[in-house]
Design a protein around this ligand. Structure first.
Ligand SMILES: Nc1ncnc2c1ncn2[C@@H]1O[C@H](COP(=O)(O)OP(=O)(O)O)[C@@H](O)[C@H]1O
Ligand SMILES: [Mg+2]
Length: 257
């Protein structure tokens, strides 16, 4: 088994002056390469903080973290990690195509791996071909998130970090993007960490669901859903096993808050 992420006794949080806010405490976690892991937890428990540490946007306070077998900074400099946030910040003055290409125009010089222009492939893959010349204000929320995902995929990242990417979308659009994400994951074999507030989304998408508790953030539940899913992480939302898993998550979340 290859390991994509390994955290050992990880503490993460924020320092300001001589004060330290410890958000995550003593986190031990191993994520297999190619896994699709979803993360639930009450607001403020440290979900985004954890993704920031993985992405090398924040140094751990203590403990160890390795990403794709290396320090997070090494992975970041090769652009092996893609990040998608809830409010994807597309540049309003650039077209869809130019937003997706953005990583080619900024920061190439500091990378240790050159990335190729796969913009046309990505426009196709994300169903954005017809929209390539539009500007962000001419897109729906779902279309904007698709652009953000395409941009995150430009460097063919081996690890994709998604922080409530569909949180602002209506349920039908969200369900559709969930299926697109699953297809993308099956095609690329990327490892995906996906934070969500939605129990239904966490259970539908995840091969494995983590529930974090707050103050300090700890791992409360680590639930493997592969036994109740078909090959390729397939399930139907109304399968009794899936409904039961959602109830388990709900109970854990109540404990966590
Ligand atoms: N840049 C920051 N500086 C100081 N505290 C922060 C910062 N970002 C987040 N926090 C605090 O860290 C805690 C965890 O935040 P976060 O990881 O964003 O939670 P979640 O994503 O689970 O909702 C919260 O109490 C939040 O207020
Ligand atoms: Mg967050």
């Amino acid at each position: 088994m290859e390991i994509a992420i390994e955290a050992q006794a990880l503490d993460a949080g924020y320092r300001s002056g001589d004060r330290t806010l410890t958000v995550l405490s003593g986190l031990d976690l191993t994520v297999e390469t190619g896994a699709l892991l979803t993360i639930l937890g009450p607001s403020g428990c440290g979900k985004s903080t954890f993704l920031r540490v993985v992405a090398d946007l924040l140094d751990p306070l203590a403990g160890r973290i390795s990403v794709l077998g290396e320090a997070p900074s090494a992975v970041r400099s090769r652009r092996d990690v893609g990040f998608v946030f809830q409010d994807s910040t597309l540049l309003p003055w650039r077209s869809v195509r130019d937003n997706i290409r953005l990583p080619l125009d900024v920061g190439q010089a500091s990378l240790t791996r050159r990335i190729e222009d796969r913009t046309d492939d990505l426009l196709d893959m994300m169903g954005l071909g017809e929209l390539a010349d539009r500007f962000p204000h001419q897109l729906s929320g779902g279309q904007r998130q698709r652009v953000a995902i395409a941009r995150a995929l430009l460097g063919e990242p081996r690890l994709l970090l998604m922080d409530e990417p569909f949180g602002a979308l209506d349920e039908i659009t969200r369900d559709r993007l969930n299926d697109e994400l699953l297809n993308l994951w099956r095609r690329t074999g990327a490892t995906i960490l996906f934070v969500t507030h939605s129990i239904a989304e966490a259970v539908y998408l995840g091969e494995r669901v983590l529930v974090l508790s707050a103050n300090p953030g700890r791992l409360l539940l680590d639930h493997d859903l592969r036994p109740v899913k078909q090959d390729g992480n397939r399930c139907r939302r109304e399968d009794p096993d899936i409904v039961a898993a959602m109830a388990t998550m709900r109970a854990a979340l109540e404990l966590a808050s």
